[in-house]
Design a protein around this ligand. Structure first.
Ligand SMILES: [Zn+2]
Length: 226
């Protein structure tokens, strides 16, 4: 799943639904936020117009009509509630920020979801998790996709946006397969393991694309660390 860094600063827009500790952007508000995150308004008029042109091309070439399964707001709420109960998740990993999820009713050519990380003027890190309809050929569940992106939030908070946390390296330091992976693969494994562990702990084994294999290997790590 994609994990990208945005260099500009953004504030929160008006979400459709503000629960106690979550912001959901759906429908038009999701599109507005997508545009705000992708258009740099701090440009000369000509450059600004050119950047809009480029974005229009990017949108038409990368997005298509929705066709696959998608994460529901109900599941997002349920998962966050579970993680809060087990790990004080929002307090621990978001502090006084709101977890922000943008449900875009589109398929993306490459990704099922994206975790965009950005910083505000005080150098605080914010996360924007974009959730698309799953691509047609995808065999895993939207619930796994959602938790995988939360795994990247944990990864960034415990370590950095570029690599898995040091504690993860220590846990797997004798695993020859892990050591041979690239940094990118290691952080994806971290997010996969987080998602797998959370799904099984929620009693949703049937939605775990790794058939409990990652759980058996990594659950102890997450239970001790998260
Ligand atoms: Zn990922």
């Amino acid at each position: 799943m994609a994990f990208s860094l945005a260099s500009r600063t953004f504030g929160f827009g008006d979400a459709d639904n503000n629960y106690d500790s979550i912001k959901f952007f759906t429908g038009k508000s999701s599109v507005k936020l997508y545009l705000r995150l992708n258009v740099d308004t701090d440009l000369t008029p000509v450059r600004y117009l050119k950047s809009l042109d480029q974005l229009a091309l990017k949108i038409t070439s990368e997005f298509s009509e929705p066709s696959g399964n998608y994460v529901t707001e109900a599941f997002a709420e349920r998962a966050i509630a579970f993680l809060n109960k087990e790990y004080s998740f929002v307090k621990k990993y978001y502090g006084d920020q709101y977890p922000t999820f943008i449900f875009l009713d589109q398929c993306h050519i490459d990704w099922n979801s994206v975790c965009v990380t950005t910083k505000n003027i005080f150098n605080e890190t914010f996360f924007y998790i974009f959730l698309y309809h799953l691509k047609k050929d995808v065999t895993y569940s939207p619930e796994y996709v959602f938790l995988h992106e939360l795994g990247h939030v944990v990864q960034t908070r415990l370590g950095s946006s570029d690599s898995a946390p040091q504690s993860f390296y220590r846990f797997l330091n004798e695993d020859s397969h892990f050591i041979k992976m690239t940094k990118e693969e290691q952080k994806e494994l971290f997010a996969d393991g987080f998602a797998s562990t959370a799904l099984i702990d929620m009693g949703l084994q049937e939605l775990d694309p790794f058939s409990s294999k990652l759980y058996e290997k990594l659950a102890d790590y997450y239970h001790e660390t998260i």
